[in-house]
Ligand binder design. Structure first.
Ligand SMILES: CC(=O)SCCNC(=O)CCNC(=O)[C@H](O)C(C)(C)COP(=O)(O)OP(=O)(O)OC[C@H]1O[C@@H](n2cnc3c(N)ncnc32)[C@H](O)[C@@H]1OP(=O)(O)O
Ligand SMILES: O=C([O-])CC(=O)C(=O)O
Length: 467
């Protein structure tokens, strides 16, 4: 079989069975295995800061940001010493933001967006003007829902969102203009429209892939992002105050996480080339979708379902331990060896968002008589941490991350699982946009680290001389 035959077999591949694909392309798979795998010892040999981490496990310092600060450990004599996690938005402790907001109703998220974008809390007039501005931009451009969302539906709403953001470039009269007034407008429009795109993307998925009735509810004026999402995703538009305030809280908790997290860093890297806002923000969506980043909230849910099928009683700690041991040994769930929802690149003893979401989940589970489900998650947290410490050594201090309990909170609010990661994106739009504006306004140096090439040089062989 020639290369063209092989290649043609790949092209129509939409429904191609992966094993079959591998068999028919074995030659290419062999070549890829032979020439594309960097031997792990090379990272040590060339003193590579693998994953941009220093030898003591801390992140390599590559930038400055005033937007938020993630505290997960202390440095004592150059060594990483575990500490309780803290997250600060523009210097304000997240614990304070979520506990001292008595008058914000279900629009604390909008207040948080203002804080992240403009560096200070809005006064009442500023907040009212800002809320009005967001309300005015929630509608999608003329024809966008029909042409972009309904005509080309996707099983995956993150994929739909990423493509939609790129298409919004064509609806902008000044897409490449980098003046700050234009960046702000682009960002506010994106922040306002993404909840609508995600909600309609969900409705389209439900209709075209799950064969359910199609509901396209126009956004509601005078209410915030959380209420709008519940209004647009529910067939009957109905939601309770508790549901709206809990979703609002979840959006606040997910709004930003410093400059080094994979998606925000992607925004900094891509923006540093001088490209447009839509390119930079859609890149971040692609990053967040990954299961080691925001996509972990969906993997947690899947893993729990898989666990459920592999134990006789989800309340039995011994069975949970046996299942998680298999997960770590790559013998169960997705074979990655990862217990999703545990571990973090910065946090050690605790992730403040997981602490808050866990309590919220416990409260909702108690109200709804679902404490057994809550206990399953708590057992996965406690037993998973114990097993990972046993495997990696007691030097590893690890905790539940934001993605362990967020999905459970959404499940208890009757929010469908297809929306877990997209809701993370709705919230993180605030942070991405703030990082985009900060990067363009303060740093003109293109980000360009170095890679070493371990291969020996070789001569070009003319085609006629190749076997
Ligand atoms: C919004 C967010 O992005 S939060 C993170 C969401 N992601 C997940 O929940 C996926 C599961 N967790 C993980 O994969 C990791 O903990 C990450 C990607 C979040 C962080 O990874 P790292 O920065 O490499 O963490 P860290 O340096 O503390 O890891 C130490 C070791 O423990 C392993 N480890 C960490 N967490 C886990 C986990 N949940 N399951 C299995 N092994 C783990 C790492 O792979 C690493 O192993 P290695 O030394 O053999 O390479
Ligand atoms: O900071 C990170 O590495 C991951 C992240 O975005 C988060 O935890 O919210």
């Amino acid at each position: 079989m020639g290369f063209a035959d092989i290649f043609n077999q790949v092209l129509p591949g939409q429904n191609t069975d992966l094993k079959q694909l591998k068999l028919t392309n074995q030659h290419l798979v062999d070549l890829a295995n032979q020439n594309n795998v960097i031997a792990p010892e090379n990272f040590k040999r060339f003193d590579i800061k693998h994953g941009l981490r220093n030898n003591n496990g801390t992140g390599v310092l590559v930038g400055i940001t005033g937007i938020s600060d993630v505290h997960g450990y202390q440095l004592i004599d150059g060594e990483k010493s575990p500490d309780e996690g803290r997250l600060y938005y523009r210097g304000i402790d997240l614990y304070d933001i979520v506990s001292k907001n008595a008058s914000s109703g279900t629009r604390l998220f909008e207040e948080t967006i203002f804080l992240l974008l403009f560096g200070q809390l809005p006064n009442p007039q500023e907040l009212e003007d800002f809320n009005n501005m967001i309300d005015a931009y929630r509608q999608l451009p003329q024809g966008f829902t029909e042409n972009m969302i309904l005509k080309i539906p996707s099983q995956d709403i993150m994929n739909k969102l990423q493509r939609s953001i790129l298409v919004l470039y064509s609806h902008d009269e000044h897409p490449d203009e980098l003046a700050v007034e234009n960046l702000i407008l682009q960002c506010i429009k994106l922040i306002a429209r993404v909840p609508t795109i995600v909600s309609y993307g969900y409705q389209a998925k439900r209709h075209y892939f799950d064969r359910k009735s199609l509901f396209i509810h126009a956004p509601k004026e005078g209410v915030g992002t959380a209420e709008n999402i519940l209004h647009m995703i529910r067939s009957d538009n109905q939601y309770t105050e508790t549901e709206a305030s809990t979703l609002d809280l979840a959006l606040v908790l997910h709004a930003d996480h410093g400059g080094g997290n994979n998606s925000a860093f992607a925004v900094h890297v891509v923006s540093s080339s001088g490209t447009d806002t839509y390119s930079a923000i859609s890149t971040a969506v692609g990053s967040l979708k990954g299961p080691k980043h925001g996509g972990a909230n969906n993997r947690v849910r899947d893993m729990m379902l898989d666990l459920n099928q592999n134990v006789t009683d989800i309340g039995n700690a011994d069975e949970i331990r046996a299942y998680l041991e298999k997960v770590i040994n790559k013998e169960a769930y997705d074979g990655s060896g990862l217990i999703y929802g545990l571990g973090h690149a910065v946090y050690t003893k605790s992730d403040p968002r997981a602490v808050i979401l866990k309590e919220k989940a416990r409260q909702l589970a108690t109200e709804k008589g679902k404490l057994k489900l809550f206990s399953l998650y708590e057992n996965v947290e406690l037993i998973g941490i114990e097993l990972l410490r046993k495997k990696k050594g007691p030097g590893l201090t690890i905790c539940a991350n934001v993605d362990l309990y967020s999905g459970l909170v959404y499940q208890l609010l009757d929010i469908p699982e297809e929306l877990y990661t997209p809701l993370f994106a709705v919230a993180r739009m605030a942070g991405w946009c703030a990082h985009r504006i900060e990067q363009v306004m303060s740093d003109t140096k293109i980000i360009r680290p170095a890679y070493v090439c371990p291969h020996q040089r070789q001569k070009y062989t003319p085609l006629s001389d190749r076997k």
